[in-house]
Design a protein around this ligand. Structure first.
Ligand SMILES: [Zn+2]
Ligand SMILES: [Zn+2]
Length: 390
């Protein structure tokens, strides 16, 4: 009977809490065995049709992959049987549990809300069935770090929510909506160190970014633009109508604003010649091969006629950005660069600076994404317009 009510409650929870997500956990590894132990509230264990009671303080369960479709459940060291699906459901709202992969042995993590464990072809599928806001808080801390200004956290929450709703179901075939890796959005824990992130997520509850056609945007971001954001076309050969290059004055004195790298002239020239047939035998071309001035962001090295995209140079030499100038010195090419990352969309260090200077999250979002609307996802087009003065 208890199981029946639990299942009804579970189904009702899905129906009424529209913003519940299924997030695949530990997707960087192929987990064969995981333990779940008490953290701050009791959880009930349901294995297929059997109710195995609660996980109490000092208790743990262990789930092992047996074969596709079958897992072995243990409570402590006692084997309870072989099942197809284990549900671990919270008995009160907003509690969390500790998950520790044992094979391979990985660092423990804590997550809120409910869990489902099943067996895929080669390993366990561990899914956190979680509230959108709890998920976003974990993502903002995993991706944005601790000790940031609350308006900055609100912008990160807004971007992460927009991403999650745009790409919901990306991993549907694997049995969840999004993974916990940077492939989707890093979700390496519930919020642990910065409770103000929860407040920031709630303050932007349901808010997302739309383009002017009413579609969720791709909220690109990077660490530092070096004083000028990059045209999306330079990176992906594609125009994005809500994004174009502009001068960002907020990030130029921050820690990742400039960089320097030295590369041997031989490697540099070999790359240009081998990959792009750079005409090194021409005396004028040979003289200019290592000298390049880029006061404003460009798409190509030296001149577009050589067809050498700066993004390829960045990838090949593992540079912090494409926004660099260079000159020869002895046997080397000296690169003086600005910024860190692809430079498209929001500049994190600039956004942090804006937040410190007192700009609101709306102003920060609209500064980096000028042609967008902030809308309530569930009340489409009820736009919260807040006037901006720059
Ligand atoms: Zn993913
Ligand atoms: Zn910037």
């Amino acid at each position: 009977m208890r199981l029946f009510f639990a299942i009804i409650l579970f189904i009702t929870a899905f129906a009424t809490r529209a913003q519940q997500l299924r997030i695949g956990l530990f997707r960087d590894n192929n987990v064969q065995r995981v333990s779940l132990s008490y953290n701050d509230g009791s959880y009930s264990i349901f294995a297929d049709t059997t109710d195995f009671g609660a996980i109490l303080p000092n208790e743990f369960i262990e789930i092992s992959w047996l074969k596709k479709g079958n897992v072995i459940l243990r409570k402590g060291t006692v084997e309870l049987g072989t099942f197809t699906r284990i549900l671990i459901l919270q008995n009160q709202t907003n509690t969390s549990i500790v998950l520790t992969p044992k094979s391979p042995s990985l660092k423990q993590r804590k997550y809120k809300d409910d869990f489902e464990v099943t067996a895929a072809t080669k390993g366990l599928t561990i899914v956190n069935i979680c509230d959108m806001d709890n998920y976003l808080a974990g993502v903002v801390e995993s991706e944005g770090g601790s000790n940031r200004n609350k308006e900055y956290y609100k912008v990160q929450a807004l971007m992460s929510r927009t991403y999650a709703l745009k790409y919901l179901g990306k991993h549907k075939k694997e049995g969840f909506d999004l993974c916990d890796r940077v492939h989707c959005q890093a979700y390496h824990n519930m919020v642990r160190y910065s409770p103000e992130i929860d407040t920031a997520v709630q303050a932007t509850h349901n808010l997302v970014m739309h383009d002017l056609n009413g579609n969720l945007i791709d909220a690109y971001f990077h660490a530092n633009c070096g004083g000028q954001t990059c045209e999306p076309q330079y990176i992906w050969n594609e125009e994005i109508d809500y994004l174009s290059t502009f001068k960002d004055t907020f990030c130029i004195y921050t820690k990742q604003a400039t960089w320097e790298k030295r590369i041997s002239q031989k490697n540099w020239i070999d790359f240009l010649v081998n990959k792009y047939s750079y005409p090194i035998n021409d005396s004028i071309c040979a003289a200019m091969a290592c000298t390049f001035d880029q006061p404003e962001r460009l798409a190509f090295y030296l001149h577009p006629m050589f067809g050498i995209p700066l993004r390829d140079i960045r990838d090949h030499f593992d540079l912090k950005s494409t926004f660099f100038s260079c000159y020869p010195e002895g046997e080397q090419v000296v690169l003086k660069g600005r910024g860190f990352g692809h430079g498209v969309g929001l500049c994190q260090e600039g956004a942090m600076k804006m937040a410190k200077l007192g700009y609101s999250f709306d102003q920060i979002a609209r500064y980096y994404f000028p042609n967008i609307e902030l809308v309530d996802y569930f009340q489409d087009k009820c736009e919260r317009q807040i006037p901006i003065n720059f």
